[in-house]
Design a binder for this molecule. Structure first.
Ligand code: F6P
Length: 405
């Protein structure tokens, strides 16, 4: 094996819907930016190309189904061969993107890829809600189109169970990383060899990368007109026309998903944007619900000042740490907002554009995640309704712009 040849095989490992392809693409894109030639060999894509008959049937993945096993083995071998050829020529990094969950499959890989070192990356994510949302995205693939949503869900879940029945986590392999793919956190790292490009690869793995995030506040609501907080008010005519303008503004950008809260005002703002896109889904995340103002829900700031002057005063003293009785404060929202951002990034995969339609306090917290602000200043960040924030946070570029639409 040539250890100092600047060539590396990366082998992805993990159950379906664990973010393997997202990580593979992120690695490839970042390596290419550094002039390192990288290519992905994806078994699922090759399966869909090669097998004309539909392979969405979960029984195809049953480890007891000899025909299925041998077809999948054949596909894996073709990709191994292609990856080997690539590194034999100009390529630097070949990424094998497949489940590779069984020890047996990995032994075959190790046996066949002897020319250059191997790095295994296992993607782990057992968060039920995220998994459910990612499976719902997966079943939009053409291979599930002939099934009802319910049937497609059951089929995909059964496929996962079959893979799970032969799953053996990384342990004996020479070089590996076990990654919490939702939180971009390395859970375990074992390296016996000095691997080319490893310093960058490690860094790419743990860095959130946001190509374009459009952070929008919902349009004007009836509650906004009365200065009332919380609630679930709808958009005014002006709010609807703001939403329509947003739709028009973004019509030429590809927005595959819009994340909103559960509240009508964010969904009503997202709908006209979605309607001018070719293919776009609205995903509601309760993590992006507006700050719960507890006993003050639906009151106007003036009413609070009159009827509950102590609330008004204490909040003014320390707005970040003030927690509404029976509700939340900026300080207690932190955890769910972080979680919402992780969810949105995970579910967006490698989308070039991500959109979130949120609320005033929520958007302040999201902004603070990307932009350094002293905590005490976060509850005062300017969040207008006639402009949106455009955020870019990649390894080589940071942008933060308030734009009119
Ligand atoms: O638009 C009003 C609102 O979103 C309320 O629902 C929320 O309580 C408030 O803004 C948050 O802003 P502040 O923390 O400045 O009161």
């Amino acid at each position: 094996m040539v250890m100092n040849s600047k060539k590396l095989f990366i082998i992805m490992v993990g159950l379906p819907a664990r973010g393997k392809s997202t990580i593979a693409i992120k690695l490839k894109e970042n390596l290419l930016k550094d002039d390192i030639k990288a290519r992905i060999y994806n078994n699922g894509d090759l399966r869909r190309q090669m097998l004309r008959e539909n392979t969405s049937d979960p029984e195809f993945y049953d480890p007891e189904n000899r025909e299925g096993v041998s077809l999948r083995q054949e596909i894996a071998l073709i990709n191994l061969e292609r990856a080997k050829n690539y590194l034999g020529k100009k390529g630097n990094v070949a990424i094998l993107d497949a489940t590779n969950v069984s020890r047996q499959r990995r032994k075959t890989i190790i046996g066949l890829l002897k020319s250059h070192p191997l790095l295994f990356i296992e993607c782990i994510n057992n968060d039920g809600a995220i998994l459910d949302a990612s499976i719902r995205r997966k079943i939009l693939l053409p291979e599930f189109q002939h099934l009802t949503e319910e049937m497609a869900l059951r089929s995909f879940e059964q496929r996962i169970r079959y893979y799970d029945s032969i799953y053996s986590p990384l342990e004996k392999e020479r070089n590996y990383v076990r990654l919490d793919s939702l939180n971009n956190k390395i859970l375990q790292e074992k390296l016996h060899d000095t691997l080319p490009f490893y310093d960058r690869i490690r860094d790419f793995l743990v860095t959130d990368s946001v190509k374009n995030l459009f952070l929008i506040r919902h349009g004007e609501t009836y509650f906004n007109l009365e200065n009332r907080i919380g609630g679930d008010s709808r958009l005014t005519e002006n709010g609807k026309s703001q939403a329509a303008s947003l739709g028009y503004y973004f019509r030429k950008r590809t927005i595959p998903v819009i994340f909103t809260s559960d509240k009508k005002r964010t969904v009503e703002t997202a709908e006209p944007i979605r309607d001018l896109q070719k293919s776009c889904a609205i995903i509601r995340l309760s993590e992006f619900n507006e700050i719960d103002s507890g006993v003050c829900e639906c009151m106007s700031y003036e009413e609070i000042r009159e009827k509950m002057p102590h609330v008004y005063e204490s909040r003014k003293q320390d707005k970040y740490n003030y927690v509404y009785s029976g509700g939340e404060g900026y300080v207690t929202m932190q955890e769910r907002i972080d979680r919402g951002i992780k969810k949105a990034l995970y579910l967006s995969g490698n989308a070039g554009n991500i959109m979130i339609v949120g609320h005033r306090a929520v958007n302040r917290m999201i902004l603070a995640n990307f932009l350094y602000r002293r905590r005490e200043d976060v509850p005062y960040i300017y969040i207008p309704q006639d402009k949106f924030y455009h955020i870019v946070a990649t390894q080589d570029r940071k942008l933060f712009q308030l734009k009119r639409y």
